[in-house]
Design a binder for this molecule. Sequence first.
Ligand code: SF4
Ligand code: SF4
Length: 359
Amino acid sequence: MIYKVISKHEFRKFIDALVRSNTSFGPRRVDTDSNAEPVYQFQPVTSVEDVAFDYSVTKSSAKHFFLPFREELSRFDIRDGEWEQKINYNSDPVVVIGLRACDISALNILDDVLLNGHFPSPYYLARRKNTFVIGFDHLPMADCFCKSMNHHTVPTGFNLFCSDIGEDYYLAINSSKAFNFLKEFETREPEYEDNCRLVERRKEVSNGFKTHIDVTGLPAILDIEFDSPVWEKWGAKCLNCGTCAMVCPTCYCYSVDDSFDTDMKGASRQKRLYSCNLVDFAVVAGGHNFRPKNGDRLKYRYYHQHRGFAENANQQICVGCNRCGRACLAGINPKDVINDLRMEKESCMKCVSSSPDKR
Ligand code: SF4
Ligand code: SF4
């Protein structure tokens, strides 16, 4: 890692040059919500003026640059009773500006799943390698809990990460590409005062969290609370819409379907992002549904986020962005569900320890 300091004025020149010569996406204001708050999304940007440097959070995460909602895995040409399969792993270079630390942590988690496992995805690899990621730090929103998940800072997974230290940005340069791009612009070595301002900024970010969730021992609590009434309680509210998984930066479940062209001369195999909250997610051949109840489906999403992966890779895959909580029309959010489970477990333990008869 190389560290530099750049004035905000010079940084804007850098971003402008970058987005004018590359296909780029950044946070843009796209709407206003019912509370008159601005709505931001990652959208195409072609000049620095398009980039909302002061944005709060995007409704959807940046995962769709790496895992599109719908992706063609292969094409089939059918001729004279024979067929030929064509697969295209290529991906055009893209710049994505403005990811938060937790968004980049989410990419690192997706890397673990989709690149570092036994069967790396060449589709994901092509996009990940061809995407130039620029991160921005920010003061947390009132409902962010990424500090609880230890994802409020990120050490790797980006090309460039910018910390706001007042008149300047403190840059962490994590790739030769970023270093070479920046050579054309005026940067300087960090001085003692810059380092102090960075430390102060990090403290400000860290102390800015208002939402805290106690996730210690959560995988074990989930094991204990497999049959908890908490799942029925929250499941009864769930609309099975799948929105939570769509906006989540780490949900990666998908389905694959084949379709024929209407002239029967070709076919396509497509992958679609899916959600374990959808009613048919666990339906198998013959029509049996392994998870017919709302509560069971909701439970499995929490198990995947906070237990299943933790057991395999020693980490929970939720990064604490709370996009799912903000997007859920039924008012279901990780803080309330996890707190309920913890209370359930604690009341259970109290009951056991205060009742000698039950020993
Ligand atoms: S938890 Fe909320 S967002 Fe997710 S499927 Fe249920 S209603 Fe939809
Ligand atoms: S489960 Fe919710 S809070 Fe956790 S990473 Fe996904 S969207 Fe963010």
